[in-house]
Ligand binder design. Sequence first.
Ligand SMILES: CC(C)(COP(=O)(O)OP(=O)(O)OC[C@H]1O[C@@H](n2cnc3c(N)ncnc32)[C@H](O)[C@@H]1OP(=O)(O)O)[C@@H](O)C(=O)NCCC(=O)NCCS
Length: 187
Amino acid sequence: MNNKNAGITFERASKGDVPFIMATERTDGYDAFVGRWDKARHLAALDDRNYAYFIAREADDPVAFTIVRDWASPERATCVKRIVVSRPGNGVGRRLLRAVVDTIFGDTHAHRVWLGVFPENARARRVYEAIGFKAGGIARGSAFLRRRPSRRADHVGAQAGMGGVSATRTPPRAGSHTARARYAPRW
Ligand SMILES: CC(C)(COP(=O)(O)OP(=O)(O)OC[C@H]1O[C@@H](n2cnc3c(N)ncnc32)[C@H](O)[C@@H]1OP(=O)(O)O)[C@@H](O)C(=O)NCCC(=O)NCCS
């Protein structure tokens, strides 16, 4: 994927993007919504074919990233592990996620893209629903966060479980050369 969308360029991230990725996932207030990895973990994931990192740039400056897990997995179910923008509310997240979902379905044999989101993350849910993700239920206690400033570990329990949100597409029709780039909006 390397395309332009209203001045935004999307492409695979490289190791040189790790400082931006680490700084952006550490934005004040984001710790309630997304995890944070240290440099070693990001570098290891970038070297791991199970992961695919994508970055959005505006005039060559990075403005958002997403981490995809289970890329081209034999199970054909791929997870959007993390998506973070540096300046929320400008439409970048929606465009990046749409482009990444299209890329997953276009470049791999995935038949399902899924992600987890905290139920109270209304902004993210708005974006996911606009793209076509459907809430699939609550997975209680499926996330483990270390919230600042106490660094106390909060186990996300019954009140704040992760909503399983998934998207599916119809399988490609045999013989259709365009089928892999298409997914049905019946989610
Ligand atoms: C979630 C995130 C990736 C979305 O990207 P974004 O660029 O901010 O999203 P967009 O600007 O494309 O769209 C935001 C939408 O949410 C709406 N919105 C903003 N604040 C909202 C709120 N408090 N409640 C409900 N909707 C809200 C906006 O109006 C907009 O919808 P609209 O275009 O239909 O008007 C980004 O906000 C982000 O990085 N948040 C912090 C990290 C995070 O939560 N990541 C996702 C974890 S699952």
